[in-house]
Write a protein that binds this ligand. Structure first.
Ligand code: HXC
Length: 511
């Protein structure tokens, strides 16, 4: 090799090594004492060893630090390509400036062009204050990219430190947000500004700590114990998803048992005799999906509704189920919004929807009505009605009123509807039916006579799946133990499903 060429290559290697080594040294000095990883350590944990290719590592603004506080590039996770960007808190508090903003937008463009998921790691102070409107411009441009990428490539955000001010709207526009207990904070306005504006005294953790975001506001979809747990969750999630909306999700051989198993038979004993007795819907789901593996999304938020990724016969599905253990599985505002967003994600990325219903209806109550359960409860109906992916529904127990209609009913476009013999499909439950239809008769009675007549009427009005089955609204009433086999067969039959969608710019989901 010519000497001049050798010199140039050596110079490049030295520059690159210096840039990364100095940045890593500074980052480690600042992050490690706080128990936090550096941006590159985080990327290394997420991606396959040696697969990360950094772009724009020499980017800088004026005389600022090389890299400008953001590490970005492409890599693989379990052999599948992704794009990734991570804020480096050791440079201007991980804030986004002109150069780092241009870099994040560049890697987003690359992800969209190449049709691969993007993972953003947030740990910073938002728009860089000293760069003024330029940093605001970069953030707004990033918002456009998140919006354009929505429904095209999966977008995942890890919050591994502060995420403050308008900058929270970048992860909020992505599909999944992961926070770490006692480490992540997401707030539009911090405690100091709040105190000055309203006089309210509250700690940052109570205002926008990880737990609050994962359990109360629902801004976060997974509450991790620590950084490795958070990153592990993201890797597992990626394994269920296609790279983009035109690609298929990873498939595995169907090595599930072709006959009813001992585990299947346990389904025959899961629903309790008492209509109002609780049981754990997770016990049903784990007996239906491959290896009992469920990756819950929003697991700590609106626990009365379960949303989870799983596989059936080796193929990814989105599972939506009422959870009778919490609030009798009624649909409240949070449950509707949680499931609606999940359903829309699955539909956008061609993942079939598997629904398990045990729902007494939408939750009644003053706070729900005033909170907008009409407008916000409508989101779930809209999402199911709009979804064109294969939809398979199992009615396990109650499917009353609006709850029946919304939880993947035939009328909203479900393809295969199954019901257990324990299903109770009706406008209202037997007690409610008797109160409305026999009110006058009962009012004329009193004491023991009234109670006995009431019991008799309730027994007469016991709900079952058969009126729905007679009308074809339920395709089949099945023995619970055959659910796994019936669901697998239904999803197999629906693989070639096509659905024409009306020509329009876009619908107007009740937001
Ligand atoms: C420039 C910043 C910065 C910022 C932090 N730093 N935020 N520099 N622009 N936005 C710098 C600090 O000056 C400090 O520099 C270093 O980063 C570490 O910050 P600390 O405050 O010492 O760290 P900590 O106590 O952990 O607090 C972190 C923090 C806090 C919670 C993020 O720094 C903070 O509140 N920053 C401002 C947040 C904010 O208001 N951002 C604008 C949001 S508006 P030195 O040199 O001392 O180490 C926005 C609009 C987006 O983002 C538009 C979207 C469409």
């Amino acid at each position: 090799m010519a000497d001049r060429t050798r010199e140039l290559i050596d110079d490049l290697l030295l520059r690159r090594e210096e840039a990364v080594r100095l940045a890593e040294k500074r980052a480690a000095e600042r992050q490690h004492p706080k128990g936090k990883l550096t941006a590159r350590e985080r990327i290394a944990l997420l991606t396959d060893p040696g697969s990360f290719v950094e772009i724009d590592e020499f980017a800088r603004h004026g005389s600022g630090a090389t890299g400008d506080g953001l590490v970005a590039g492409h890599a693989t996770v379990d052999g599948r390509p992704i794009c990734v960007h991570a804020q480096d808190f050791s440079v201007f508090g991980g804030s986004l400036g002109e150069a780092s903003g241009a870099k994040v937008n560049k890697v987003m463009d690359l992800a969209i062009r190449t049709g691969v998921p993007v993972v953003g790691i947030n740990d910073g102070g938002g728009a860089r204050i000293q760069e003024g409107v330029t940093s605001l411009a970069r953030y707004a441009e990033l918002a456009v990219r998140h919006t354009n990428a929505s429904g095209v490539i999966p977008q995942i955000s890890l919050i591994l430190g502060p995420c403050a001010g308008g900058a929270v709207y970048a992860p909020a526009l992505t599909d999944f947000t992961v926070v770490v207990d006692k480490l992540s904070q997401m707030v539009v306005t911090g405690p100091d500004v709040l105190r000055a504006a309203t006089g309210e005294e509250i700690t940052l953790d109570d205002l926008g700590g990880a737990r609050v975001n994962a359990t109360v506001s629902g801004n976060a979809h997974y509450l991790a114990d620590d950084e490795p747990d958070a990153i592990d969750w993201v890797k597992t999630l990626l394994g269920y998803l296609p790279a983009n909306n035109r690609d298929g999700a990873p498939e595995y051989d169907d090595d599930t048992a072709p006959e009813v198993t001992a585990s299947d038979l346990e389904l025959n004993r899961i629903v309790p005799d008492g209509a109002n007795q609780g049981y754990d819907m997770i016990d049903v789901l784990t007996r239906v999906v491959d290896d009992g593996d469920l990756l819950q999304v929003h697991g700590a938020f609106a626990p009365n509704m379960i949303c989870a990724f799983a596989r059936v016969g080796g193929r990814s599905v989105g599972v939506v189920a009422n959870q009778p253990r919490f609030g009798a599985g009624a649909i409240d505002i949070d449950a509707s919004e949680k499931a609606a967003r999940f359903v829309r994600f699955c539909d956008a990325f061609n993942l079939p929807l598997l629904t398990f219903a045990d729902v007494p209806g939408y939750l009644p109550g003053l706070d729900q009505e005033r909170g907008g359960i009409i407008r916000r409860g409508a989101k779930l109906i809209y999402a199911y009605a709009e979804a064109t992916v294969p939809k398979v529904t199992v009615v396990v127990r109650k499917a009353y009123g609006g709850g029946y209609a919304v939880m993947g009913s035939k009328h909203l476009g479900a393809d295969v509807n199954l019901a257990w013999p324990t299903a109770r499909i009706a406008v209202v439950g037997p007690e409610g039916t008797v109160q409305v239809l026999h009110r006058r008769e009962l009012a004329a009675l009193s004491g023991a006579e009234r109670a006995a007549r009431e019991r008799e009427l309730i027994a007469q009005h016991q709900d079952s799946p058969y009126p729905a089955a007679e009308r074809g609204y339920v395709d089949s009433v099945i023995e619970p133990a055959r659910t796994r086999l019936a669901v697998t067969a239904a999803l197999r039959a629906l693989r070639g499903k096509t659905s024409p969608v009306p020509a329009r710019k876009h619908g107007n989901i009740p937001l």
